[in-house]
Design a protein around this ligand. Structure first.
Ligand SMILES: NC(=O)c1ccc[n+]([C@@H]2O[C@H](COP(=O)([O-])OP(=O)(O)OC[C@H]3O[C@@H](n4cnc5c(N)ncnc54)[C@H](OP(=O)(O)O)[C@@H]3O)[C@@H](O)[C@H]2O)c1
Length: 198
């Protein structure tokens, strides 16, 4: 299968790319990969698909949120997660669905924070929950047998140092386990599911 991975050079995307290496992988990122795309810019998503042609599967492992205390959080900061991680992936589906072969798939990425919250995580938790709602409903209406799921990973072992102290009591999950979850999304039969790992 021809599998597009947005964010393939990142920590989560690298885990997905490694686990999906039995496929033809097309890597995408703002400044890395085989093709350039900025998920925050709908026109850039359209241009990427025009350039690429059709793919069997789209995997999204990119998207930024705001981490910070609720006491000082403002609407502008909150919009970061909504406009970037949420709408970036939603637009990837809305635009990309016409560029995916029949019976293809979308596998998005959320995260643990809507089911196991931490301090400073309100924006991330909201975006993650919204992505769950999106795939649950969108799966009903996806055309031509196209499936859609979202992977919800816990903190990766590879990212534990970067988020030191922010995830007390969370047990980091291996890149191997996270990668395999994307195989469920691409090679499996699930649709409309939140696939949790860690
Ligand atoms: N790491 C974890 O432990 C963990 C756990 C649960 C959920 N997540 C979620 O997984 C996603 C990826 O996290 P990560 O830790 O792998 O991040 P990362 O290591 O910073 O990698 C992000 C990747 O996405 C690309 N990217 C970033 N913004 C983009 C945009 N607007 N358009 C297209 N590509 C973009 C980056 O490449 P360029 O710089 O070239 O664009 C990079 O390849 C995030 O949404 C995060 O919330 C991460």
């Amino acid at each position: 299968m021809r599998v597009l991975i947005v964010g393939a050079e990142g920590t989560v995307g690298g885990a997905a790319a490694s686990a999906l290496r039995h496929h033809e992988i097309v890597k995408a990122g703002r400044s890395s990969g085989d093709v350039r795309v900025d998920l925050a810019d709908a026109a850039s998503i359209g241009a990427m698909f025009e350039k690429l042609g059709r793919v069997d599967a789209v995997v999204a492992c990119a998207g930024h949120v705001h981490f910070g205390p609720l006491a000082t959080m403002n609407g502008e900061q909150f919009m970061k997660g909504l406009s970037n991680k949420l709408m970036g992936q939603v637009n990837l589906v809305l635009i990309g669905k016409d560029h995916v072969y029949d019976h293809g798939s979308f596998t998005l990425t959320s995260g643990v924070l809507d089911r196991d919250p931490i301090r400073q995580g309100a924006n991330a938790a909201t975006v993650n929950a919204a992505l769950s709602g999106f795939v649950l409903s969108a799966a009903i209406e996806m055309p031509r047998g196209i499936r859609i799921n979202v992977v919800s990973p816990g903190l990766l072992e590879a990212s534990a140092k970067k988020y030191d102290g922010l995830f007390p009591g969370h047990e980091p999950v291996s890149s191997k386990r996270v990668g395999l979850t994307y195989v469920k999304g691409v090679d499996g039969a699930l649709t409309g599911k939140v696939i949790t790992v860690g």
